[in-house]
Design a protein around this ligand. Structure first.
Ligand code: NAP
Length: 448
């Protein structure tokens, strides 16, 4: 029985936890601001105060978006990391981020990072090091910014079996495709507009070639299928070849083009069960929930055996939204320190093979131009039949050439679900036909 003098059930307050912040750019400056401004609320939620002991940057005198105490800044990231219980890495890039995270883990600190490039390239080695050291490595902000998606996949769906994940995980490309769809602009014009509005960087390669989405796809696939997929396992195609005509043709067919990161269970032509991880422009039905994701927003659509379909939607980038995800990870890691033990958060017991793009089965939309002469459609349909790819719809627009020019037909052929390897052979044979002038696009179709 408890008497007023009995204090055995009263817990001593936990010592303050020392937090080192690496980087004070778009995201880091907001994380620092919130850590200082909301210190009391964060301490109440954590069970210990979170004491920001320093901020490592490159240039001590650089102007900062947020006024922060100057004495927190240092260029000696290594010493800072060695003194911390929790390290937040918001530098970006591979080095020195990798070495500093390794040093933090070796010194027993839990690490929070938003660095998808590093995690996609070096994640497996870093997770192993963290596991062996009994500390947490969390990275909610690395995929789809503010959207809580990794923890739901890892924790909330831990009792389920995910079968497929479809994500719009790059705001820049979604903005560009949305601009093309709403204004009829060509790719270059929409990209210039994205750059003018700050949605695309001066060098937009990582976004428009799909590399940024591919890094996120490997992280999503690894958590969804309990297997570590590397960046090299991801088939990646960007959006640079998408034309205004492709977008218009999609609209006419009730479809929209989105750059999707896809991870799904599939079976190879040889019967090997595995997972296909890929990023490519995809034709989606306008009825699909992902079709409604406009502008620079992100969303991830998850299909699980028991839960059915789930969708997570929100801001995929920006300093404050991304800081929200970073701080969520920080409080969660800090709570585990307070309560004792890191807990086991990820499993890699799936060990399913990554299957190449040739194993994918989906529908396709092929755009091509052919000379307008008798028997052309028969030749085309024969090629499809030879490779066992069945045609769902075929639209033909005849263009009567001006004087001296031969008439040509523009075709849009949508197939039923077919194996990628069979489709590739079909397209190769069509290309060889003397009547084919150009294959303008080959796009995969989902959700119809
Ligand atoms: P950022 O604005 O470029 O800031 C980078 C910060 O790191 C700067 O403060 C810079 O110092 C510091 N830094 C870079 N190299 C350094 C080095 N060698 N030594 C010490 N400090 C160094 O980057 P950000 O946009 O905040 O992004 C940070 C991370 O979050 C990246 O991994 C990014 O992929 C990820 N992320 C960003 C967003 C977003 O919306 N921005 C969204 C999701 C994830 P100086 O200020 O002195 O130059």
């Amino acid at each position: 029985m408890t008497t007023p003098l009995d204090t055995t059930d009263v817990k001593a307050p936990h010592r303050p936890l020392k937090v080192a912040l690496l980087g004070c750019g778009n995201v880091g400056s907001q994380v620092a601001r919130i850590l200082l401004e909301d210190a009391e609320a964060l301490a109440a939620r954590t069970g210990a105060s979170l004491e920001l002991i320093g901020i490592a940057v490159r240039r001590l005198d650089a102007p900062r978006e947020v006024p922060l105490p100057q004495d927190l800044f240092t260029t000696d990231a290594e010493s800072l990391v060695k003194d911390a219980d929790l390290v937040i890495e918001l530098l970006g890039g591979i080095e020195p981020a990798r070495t500093l995270i390794q040093t933090a883990i070796a010194h027993g600190a839990c690490v929070v990072s938003a660095n998808k490039a590093l995690l996609a390239a070096e994640g497996p080695a870093l997770y192993e090091q963290a596991d062996a050291a009994g500390v947490q490595l969390s990275y909610e902000a690395a995929v789809a910014g503010a959207i809580p998606i990794l923890r739901p996949i890892r924790d909330s769906l831990a009792g389920d079996k995910i079968t497929r994940v479809l994500g719009i995980v790059n705001g820049t490309t979604n903005f560009i495709l949305d601009q093309m769809d709403t204004t009829g602009a060509e790719f270059a014009t929409a990209l210039a507009e994205a750059q003018r509005l700050g949605y695309a960087e001066a060098d937009p390669t990582a976004d428009i070639e799909g590399h940024d989405a591919a890094a996120k796809a490997s992280i999503l696939a690894s958590l969804s299928f309990h297997t570590r997929f590397a960046l090299q396992d991801v088939h990646c195609e960007g959006i640079t070849s998408i034309s205004a005509r492709d977008i218009e043709a999609a609209r006419e067919a009730g479809l929209v083009i989105k750059l999707l990161a896809i991870a799904e269970k599939t079976v190879s032509p040889e019967g090997l069960a595995g997972v296909s991880v890929r990023v490519h422009p995809t034709l989606l039905s306008r009825e699909h929930p992902l079709a409604a994701v406009r502008g620079a927003f992100n969303a991830v659509f998850v299909e699980a055996e028991y839960a059915g379909e789930l969708m997570f939607y929100g801001q995929g980038a920006g300093g404050t939204p991304t800081a929200s995800a970073v701080l969520g990870d920080l409080v969660s890691a800090a709570r585990r320190i307070v309560l004792g033990g890191p807990g086991r958060t990820e499993t890699t017991t799936g060990q399913v093979p990554a299957l190449g793009i040739e194993s994918v089965q989906t529908s396709y939309c092929i755009g091509l131009t052919v000379t307008d002469q008798p028997g052309v459609l028969a030749q085309l349909t024969q090629i499809f039949a030879d490779h066992e790819v069945s045609i769902e719809t075929m639209r033909q627009t005849i263009h009567h050439g001006s004087e001296g020019q031969q008439a040509f037909a523009e075709l849009r052929i949508v197939t039923h679900r077919a194996l990628e390897s069979a489709l590739a052979r079909t397209v190769a044979d069509i290309r060889e036909l003397p009547v084919t002038t150009e294959i303008t696009s080959v796009l995969r179709v989902e959700g119809i």
